[in-house]
Ligand binder design. Sequence first.
Ligand code: ADP
Length: 483
Amino acid sequence: MDVEAQKPDCSKNFIGGQWRDPAQGEYYTNEDPARQVPLGEVAIAGEADVDHAVHAAREALNGKSWGRMSPADRGRLLWRIGQTIRERGEYLALLESLDTGKPYTEALHGDIPHAAGAFEYYAGWSNKITGEVLPIPSSYVDYTRHEPLGVVGAIVPWNFPLQMAAAKIAPALATGNTVLLKPAEQTPLTAMALADILSELDVPPGVVNVLPGFAATGAALVAHPGIDKITFTGSTAVGKSIMRTAADTLKRISLELGGKSPNLVFDDADLQRAVRGVATGIYYNQGEMCTAGSRVLVQDSIYDQFMDAFLAALRDLQPGDPLDKNTRLGSLVSQEQFARVSHYVTLGQQEGATLALGGAPGADRGYFFPPTVFTEVQPHSRLAQEEIFGPVVAITRFADEAQALTLANDVNYGLAAGVWTTDLARAHRVAHGLQTGTVWVNTYNALWHEAPFGGYKESGHGREGGRAGAELYTQTKNVCIRI
Ligand code: ADP
């Protein structure tokens, strides 16, 4: 496929259905991390562009073509967006792989169908968010309506760019809102390709606006009084700063933040499945996942057996060209991320953990990092407590179920956890004891549009997916009529 011929134009903002030069005329160069070559010039949206987009989004909200579109028609439109994403799967997967360094195959079979699925799933919700008629005295009629919040600012990260954008835009549109999307600076390509699709499908102007840029662009969205809600996925530090800034305009916010998810392997686990699941849990997407199972807790009695099988399973997992269809581990997204992962490897050694595998990057070009395993990791060390966002796993032993739960919960994060056991009662007991928004038992990273996803503790607020995901973008009005 000739990507050059079809690469979306990132040098403009997509505002009110049109591609517009950034008001301040500022641009940056986007990089393909695996080859360390430029991918093209990208617009930097400033405050004036954000303001322009807010007006376009507000106009669409109040206008005839979107504001008065029936919920069923909105659903049909969302469905067509999902279908078009599927039809362009290979193209979009290629863009995603070039931009992020992730394996093309994983983008093709993971990110892109998942993004399409979000639009298809929420297409169905468009006309199924219903209010209630309430049982009050018969001299009154009282009913509720779930109305859109208004203009939504969606700020997304670089690890699953289109998938994250879809997870926010689809429910926001299904419930009648309009959106300003701020892609991560590292990965604007599929956001602009999505703008192309929306434009071709005649989504009314201003319903979705795309504003590339850095932190300052995101911050301009958070500060703008014309934006009613911010939906954010990214780091906990930025999530906290968004929450502080959003207080000034009392914006609603939902935050899907970092994690340090534990994977608990009990002595009654199916060992082969556990080894596969733990490896996928940490190394899928180069470990650049908020759900990465980056802490593995293994019961003493099977520790040696597990470690032998785990290290053997990693022998063939080496980073390679993301565009090679057999590659399962691509490049990290950026030089910055590479430096961060390298820093944690040094730190782990300084903290006295044992480097059992990996640690030393090999390639002279691209930000490739091998699967890295630390054992004998002290539970309170930074390696065991802080999010690395790379292919580095911290392994710690435990004696019994009580200790496993204590260790698992002893972090500030609470996004997800994995449990490997064949004891049904233990599966439920441990699932109930884990302080995380998602618990996977004998599986990992099984994410469904139907299921709520989000964090406990410092992993965030709100749930994406399912009914809860749609309700993030509505507000309830009570109408009371005296008869
Ligand atoms: P990561 O550490 O994974 O890069 P970040 O939280 O830094 O995650 O970034 C996630 C998204 O948030 C990106 O689109 C980024 O540009 C944006 N962003 C970063 N800082 C801010 C900020 N202060 N306000 C709003 N958005 C921000």
